[in-house]
Design a protein around this ligand. Sequence first.
Ligand SMILES: Nc1nc2c(ncn2[C@@H]2O[C@H](COP(=O)(O)OP(=O)(O)OP(=O)(O)O)[C@@H](O)[C@H]2O)c(=O)[nH]1
Ligand SMILES: [Mg+2]
Length: 427
Amino acid sequence: VRVSGAELRPMLAALVNIEVSPRHAARATFCGADGTAIDDGLVIFFPAPRSYTGEDVIELQAHGGPVVLQLLLLRCVELGARIAKPGEFTQRAFLNGKIDLAQAEGAADLIAASTVEAARCAVRSMQGEFSRRIDAMVQTLIDLRTLVEATLDFPEDDVEFLQQANASARLEQLRAQIAAVLGSSRQGSLLREGIHVVLAGAANVGKSSLLNRLAGSERAIVTDIPGTTRDVIRETMNIRGVPVHMIDTAGLRQTNDPIEKIGISRTWSVISDADLILWVSDASRPETQVVDPALTNDLPVGIRRLQVVNKIDLTGASPQTALGAGDEVVWISAKSGAGLDLLKSSLLAAVGWADGGSEGVFMARARHLEALQTATHHLDAASMRVGELELLAEELKQAQLALSDITGEFTPDDLLGKIFSQFCIGK
Ligand SMILES: Nc1nc2c(ncn2[C@@H]2O[C@H](COP(=O)(O)OP(=O)(O)OP(=O)(O)O)[C@@H](O)[C@H]2O)c(=O)[nH]1
Ligand SMILES: [Mg+2]
């Protein structure tokens, strides 16, 4: 049980039966209002400002069990506390200047991480690595702006002054830096959100078999009867550290079966939300390899496709990848497992995951990517305006504002509310 607030010493004195020295764990009896013992455990007191939230913090470690913890919580409430809102501890840490917004988000992402790689990236953001990169760019921007504004104030020195100060070169350097951070952040956002992959194709080609093989469990029913899968089946798996939400669907074919028809219409609806479609076909039935033209024509832009030719054990073909007409093609056997490593590599490459592990990758959220893109856009404009000082000054200013958004220097309250409400209670 964790309590944070101003002046918690009186509460501490009422809660435990001993004197507690700051930041030392001590064994204590947790006392009820009438002095009876609620539990026997560890207490740690962090006086302000050296605590997670920057306020006085009391941490009680009890034996657990819902009733004991409930009693302990009620006792704290009796002594003046209230139940925390989701993310409120971290929100206070942010408001008291202990961490910046990107670090707070790193904490939430660490808690929610679903793979080891994702956790590693999140902890780096939480410890401020991402923020430091952003802050360094903001600092460069401030320096550049100071130069430009000074030149504006003393027009007689004008452009030569800027040239002497190497303004263009510094601007170019900054653009390279932001491009690098944006690249690492895109990788990180894959780790955070996971990739949505849909298995689609004709009936009986082995979509469900492939799902089972990749998931390492008999998740979906497999039979030799075409039209086996009807409902959409979802399974989250970890492919080389990247969370992949794999969706198995009903095989697309003409049918009069009313249940299968519903399944096929569900297939179409999940296809439109995917990041990547694996179009599965049967090596021994070439007609299944023709990608449904409806799929090509009606797909929303931005959804990538990979063709997977399955059942190569039947034809004796060897596992390989090649560029077909537009799409990359991978030959595999869900039955023998041949070609699966190739498929995993192609799948990750198709969504932009650079296979080099998570080193240097930042756990970015959509709002970070947006801010980085906005800043890039203004810096691009700035680099074409080096001769027009007023416009240059304005573009640099906008770029700085966009970047500062990431660490939360000027973040509006409603956005803060939204960010912290996504945390769990007690964090
Ligand atoms: N020889 C061989 N058979 C396979 C392979 N993959 C799947 N099969 C067989 O193909 C048949 C259909 O497999 P499923 O995984 O149910 O195919 P599906 O595409 O999900 O079929 P629907 O759900 O009906 O659309 C089953 O008998 C599988 O055992 C493979 O790589 N090699
Ligand atoms: Mg199936």
